[in-house]
Design a protein around this ligand. Structure first.
Ligand code: HEC
Length: 142
């Protein structure tokens, strides 16, 4: 009798591949987190970055799909906690105004607002956790 055409290990590998690709890699943050994040955003960020997250030309940069919002979380956390003074360029528009630091926000508020920003304005990225915020703040002190 002829051997089966597809070896068993190939079948197992294919099944594993299908299972893994079905696993959603980006689950939407819980509604409660998004609500809390929106509250912080409205109070602390909206006047500059605007309700639609698109900012103000040449003054306040947009938060939609920028490399800072979607990039490394530690860098993003530092921007909110410590502010930012280096000029930056986004889509050919340069921004020189400084972004003020927000040391008064709790770890929870920083995590919530950044999770909200990373999942609003067309963004889709993993949540920022309180642990991640704590870690960045601890590094800053040492
Ligand atoms: C007083 C106005 C102001 C407020 C309030 C403010 N920002 Fe900014 N933000 C700026 C400016 C101006 C820059 C650009 C700074 C630079 O060029 O050095 C910036 C830069 C950024 C960046 C990096 C660039 C980008 O657009 O991706 C992020 C992310 C950001 N802000 C998020 C926030 C969040 C979140 C809050 C609220 C917790 C906030 N900002 C509050 C004015 C503000």
């Amino acid at each position: 009798m002829r051997r089966r055409l597809i070896p068993v290990n190939v079948v197992i590998a294919a099944l594993l591949f299908i299972l893994l690709s079905l696993e959603p890699d980006q689950t939407k943050p819980p509604a409660a987190v998004m609500e809390r994040g929106k509250t912080v955003y409205t109070k602390e960020c909206l006047t500059c970055h605007q309700a639609d997250g698109l900012g103000v030309q040449r003054m306040n940069p947009p938060l939609a799909k920028t490399e800072w919002v979607l990039g490394p979380k530690a860098r993003l956390i530092k921007i909110v906690v410590n502010g930012l003074t280096d000029p930056i360029e986004i889509d050919g528009d340069t921004f020189h105004n400084p972004m003020p630091p927000h040391p008064h926000l709790t770890d929870q508020q920083v995590a919530d607002v950044l999770t909200y920003v990373r999942n609003s304005f067309g963004n889709k990225a993993s949540a920022v956790t309180i642990r991640e915020v704590k870690k960045v703040r601890a590094e800053k002190k040492s």
